[in-house]
Design a protein around this ligand. Sequence first.
Ligand SMILES: [Zn+2]
Ligand SMILES: [Zn+2]
Length: 660
Amino acid sequence: MTILRLALPTPLRRLFDYLPPQQIDPAALLPGIRVQVPFQRRTLIGVLVSVEKSSSLPYEKLKRADLIIDDVPILTSEIDKLCLWASDYYHCSLGEVYASAMPTQLRKGILPPEPVVEKAGDGETAALSLNSHQQLAVEAICAAHGHFQAFLLEGVTGSGKTEVYLRAIDDMLSRGKQALVLVPEISLTPQTIARFKRRFSVQVVALHSGLSEKQRLQGWVDAKSGTAKIVIGTRSAIFTSMPQLGLIIVDEEHDQSFKQQDRFRYHARDLAIMRASMNQMPVVLGSATPSLESLLNVERQRYTYLDLPERAGGASMPAYEMIDLKSSPVTDGLSDKMIAMMRSHLAQGNQVMLFINRRGFAPVLYCTQCAWTSECKRCDARMVYHNKPPRLHCHHCDARKAVPVRCEQCQQASLEPIGIGTQRLEENLTTLFPEIPIIRVDRDSTRRKGSMQKLLDQVHEQKPAILLGTQMLAKGHHFPQVTLVGIIDIDGGLFSADFRAAEQMGQLLMQVSGRAGREEKAGTVMLQTHHPDHPLLQTLIQHGYQAFARQLLVERHQAMLPPYSHFAIFRAEAHAEKKAVDFLAMIKEWCDKQDDTISALGPVPALMQKRKGMHCQHLLLRADRRGNLQQLIKNILDKLEASTASQPVKWVLDVDPVEV
Ligand SMILES: [Zn+2]
Ligand SMILES: [Zn+2]
């Protein structure tokens, strides 16, 4: 008997046995090929893991596969190994991991096209000259070719990290190798891609969500065949097959978008380290504001530290100024001091950038008569008031409705938008600075394809101007005319229930500040806060990110939080709260019985307890040793999956969560 053992894209963490299609040559059954099978009432595309002689299922229960799709394995053995490791570490079904590793069209069963040899750039742009720090960094990375070494390249915005990447890549190309560059989604702009294409006379492939499915598949094929030498991509590009891969670069390694937040919850930075280590090559993590995880790895001498302390070209660092909101009058979100400073910078012909982490017009619609607020019916959240076009919008479940004219509770015409978002700030600025162009960058203003580019072009044309936006504005874009950065409200990050909030606040502040005063012009960063004396904030602006990060690491160590311990979270959702609580309480009981080195904390309601009409509860597992945690999770999942009763809740497991 010939049995096909398949990994199928379902959450069930097991393999599935099928009979081969009729009249198939057994020699065609190579592990790694795709197979189409009937599954429940659907058709799925799976990957053949092995060919077996027997099955634990009786013969009459075995279904027959519909179709063998490939002649040769679709994933290289290198990617296959990475997938196996990731499936085990993140406790995700191998079928779902394989599906994530493939472009969408392959998941649908389409055959890969032939590789194309795209006309490459002519490598015209000359390399910039390096300062001594850049030189040392390039030499260290190049010296690591052919063996595993992880580098943390720390350099402030404008210090010339990209030039270090380009030189290291150039060296790999000269050895006949390929290079993989991972970037956060938001910073993979046409300029970034163009810079790589201009610099090298080899084929460069970009892999990101802005491409059509067909383009993505073609890029994937070109990388796998080796015709493309450089791949620049977002998170999932870590799974690109590259037979001559010699170097991996993860730019903005601290960025949270490297962590996938649904289904297969992997961290692309961590997988980059694993891939480099499995295949003996250097990996470079670059950031102006490294994650605490990476800094601790440097301290423990697992990573080699490379430092670019200066801004290339000698541009100076910005000066910081705090505005105490307790004593400064504020009109529509802007203190008088901020407005005065803006006037002075604009009068000198410069640009001003304002940062506010809230899109929409106002975070809530409020009744001044009866205190009604615009709550979302399905979430523990308020519906945000947008005015262009007018609507109430829940940013968590995407529910939308028309803006009521009268209060839904007391029927009075007494509704007022409270608080401030990007749209309202834009409106205020138009009144305050009628002669100055106002450019708003947020998810609403950049939804249409190409609209981000249009806004950016406007910034580069017009001076003076006011740019305002959410964190989208802070990442990766170059605004040489900006000399003043204003941060409307920094306090959210200082007082959050999430222990990573302060780290992220610091990273964001540094990034936003990095936009000020590039090139010849010195910059100023003004922060509006109710807590100008907060020790973390003081450390950050007086002594910089390094000192700030060290202080945070001390705090994390005292509290035994990651990276000094390891976390995993079970999240459970149910229509009835009690069901979610009971389910997690059962898991907690198992944990307590099995391993006393692991603390199970909870169940507690999620930060947003109700979301999309479901009640969410969390159980947090904390361990000093990763191995113990892994073993415990395995035992729990085995138990859960052994029980035949279907669970009354929807649950997921998140290993190394970035949001707690
Ligand atoms: Zn009312
Ligand atoms: Zn909602």
